[in-house]
Ligand binder design. Structure first.
Ligand code: NOJ
Length: 584
């Protein structure tokens, strides 16, 4: 179970590094940065979709699983990438996007060509409904993830097809065995045979559709399409499908790492079925409780308030959930679908940005589970400035939200200002601005015009600068990753206990050795044994006294690490300071 101790780094290929000056990141660009990742302490690269795609949803709309989006490179580049990682003792996982394909995939092209095409049933087609006046309607009122109906009318064959995401992303029909076999061959085996080490599995709980497409409850009166997301998830055959895929397409390749994207699954019993080792489905899943904080339910980008107690609840839930079980979990605060964590959970004010970056890093690296870092997080990248106009945002979800708000408010200036506040706070675009490598033009990302504007702060926030500063967020991350590995029984596998939950400024917890946890490094351990650590994190902009829990009072307390690097004063934490103490 090598994947338990792995530190994973997510690369969003469009924005990581451009090697040929076309303004778009690419695989050779990524290859040129492998030494950087190795030096940081990364064990696994998770590469977001690099497959052939019309890029309606940045590659999550795949038109050929067995080919590469030409501006990103070619199959030979992928071989070189896999080889380059393996040579350095690192591994590669790909994004497995198999709930849907692009509408340009050959399978869908065939499926839509006629009602009696052999691949018609590979997607989900339904007859229209007609009202009393003879008007045509889709089968139900579900709103798609990016807005509009989940049903798209096909003029030629006079039926609707289902798409949980954009109309250009038709959902595959997993009930059809032939379809499933084709997915396993093309999307899974093809890449395992090429030597990749596993998959991040996109939207993993939506393949099995309900027997009946009943209407969702009306939560937005006056709108034709209603929020139905929970109805998309965890359908009746989900577990049969996953077991089959793992058994038939993955197990023959040995220990394949799998991490599922599992939204909308608050029920612990349901999660157990996905990640209990004895179920033989997934190694682990992403729990979104923390990343969802502040997002609106009806309008995702109309923020709702939260405070540190909610963050603690969200994180503590999954720390405690796996204790004493055969399940495993993940630790992360960012990905390509979320805005930057410093802006959302700490402070991106210039005077607090670096401290906040280190505080969050200290929190993440001391929690139990497989650790995932998103590109740019290690240098403390933050959301783009509020002043950026909506045109700078490229994501279809942002653009659709803005258009819907405009439509529903009659372009009311106050409402549109609030919509822009929401976008500036929560949009997915914040994670997608180009990586900031140095202070040259375009932050060293590209010599051409970047596909998306580079963050204005690239001269202050970039890799090259931080490599030269011993107390920078980047150097702190590097130190913390090696610290986590050195004490992996405590931090990656230990037991989590929280204290002072109601404190809205301080997050206090201990990690203790879990005697039942099986170390998974198979003798390559660099382990040093400590039995208990106290972690004290100040999420406020004023000084706070370290909270010493009752069960630590009789012990000897020794400072192990602080975000303030040698400038630690007494038992008082500075603004956004975090510390780890050994408790002996
Ligand atoms: C989840 C992916 O992370 C997201 O970026 C994408 O838009 C949807 N799934 C659809 O594939």
């Amino acid at each position: 179970m090598w994947w338990k101790d792995a530190v994973v780094y997510q690369v969003y290929p469009a924005s990581f590094k451009d090697s040929d000056g076309d303004g778009l990141g690419d695989i050779p660009g990524l290859i040129s940065k492998l030494d950087y990742l190795k030096d940081l302490g990364i064990d696994v690269v998770w590469l977001s979709p690099m497959y052939k795609s019309p890029q309606v949803d940045m590659g999550y709309d795949i038109s050929d699983y067995e080919d590469i989006h030409a501006p990103f490179g070619c199959l030979a580049d992928m071989d070189e990438l896999t080889h380059g990682l393996h040579q350095r003792g690192m591994r590669l996982i790909l994004d497995l996007v198999i709930n849907h394909t692009s509408c340009q995939h050959a399978w869908f092209q065939e499926s839509r060509s006629s009602k009696d095409n052999p691949k018609r049933d590979w997607y989900i087609w339904r007859q229209p409904r007609y009202d009393a006046s003879g008007n045509r309607h889709p089968p139900n009122n579900w709103r798609a993830s990016f807005g509009g109906s989940v049903w798209e009318w096909d003029e030629k064959t006079q039926e609707y097809y289902l798409h949980y995401f954009a109309p250009e992303q038709p959902d595959l029909n997993w009930d059809n065995e032939e379809t499933r076999k084709a997915i396993y061959d093309s999307a899974v085996r093809f890449w395992l045979e090429k030597g990749v080490d596993g998959f991040r599995i996109d939207t993993v709980n939506k393949y099995s559709k309900p027997a009946e497409f009943v209407n969702a409850p009306v939560t937005e009166p006056g709108s034709a399409w209603q929020y139905a997301y929970p109805l998309f998830c965890n359908g009746p055959k989900m577990h049969d499908f996953l077991k089959e895929m793992v058994r038939d397409a993955m197990d023959p390749f040995g220990e394949v790492m799998t991490v599922g994207e599992l939204p909308c699954t608050p029920d612990a019993k349901e999660i157990l079925r996905y990640v209990s080792a004895r179920e033989r489905e997934l190694n682990m899943v992403f729990h979104f409780d923390m990343v969802y904080l502040g997002m609106g339910t009806v309008w995702k980008y109309i923020p709702e308030p939260f405070d540190l107690r909610d963050v603690k609840t969200a994180l503590g839930k999954w720390q405690r959930f796996i204790q004493g079980t055969d399940m495993w979990t993940t630790v992360f605060a960012e990905n390509h679908d979320s805005a930057r964590s410093i802006t959302r959970f700490a402070s991106d004010a210039p005077e607090h940005r670096e401290a906040s970056a280190k505080l969050l890093a200290l929190m993440l690296t001391t929690l139990t589970g497989t650790l995932f870092i998103y590109q740019g997080q290690e240098i403390g990248m933050v959301n783009v400035p509020r002043e950026w106009p909506v045109e700078e945002y490229k994501d279809l979800e942002t653009q659709n939200f803005y258009a819907r708000m405009k439509d529903s408010t009659g372009n009311d200036p106050k409402e549109m200002n609030a919509a822009m506040d929401g976008i500036a706070y929560l949009a997915r675009d914040h994670a997608r601005t180009p990586m900031q490598w140095d202070d040259s033009e375009n932050g060293g990302f590209s010599t051409g015009k970047p596909w998306m504007r580079v963050h204005d702060n690239y001269r202050e926030v970039n890799v090259q600068k931080q490599l030269g500063e011993h107390d920078s967020p980047l150097m702190f991350w590097k130190h913390l990753i090696s610290f986590r590995k050195q004490y992996h029984s405590l931090f990656t596998h230990g037991l989590f206990t929280e204290y002072g939950h109601d404190n809205t400024a301080l997050f206090t917890y201990t990690k203790t050795l879990d005697n039942c946890a099986v170390s998974s490094t198979n003798g390559e351990s660099m382990e040093t044994i400590e039995t208990k650590a106290l972690i004290s994190l100040n999420f406020s902009n004023s000084c706070k006294k370290v909270y010493l829990p009752e069960d630590c009072k009789a012990a000897t307390i020794e400072l192990a690490i602080s975000t303030k690097d040698g400038k630690v004063e007494s038992d008082t934490l500075g603004p956004y300071e975090g510390r780890v103490y050994w408790v002996r």
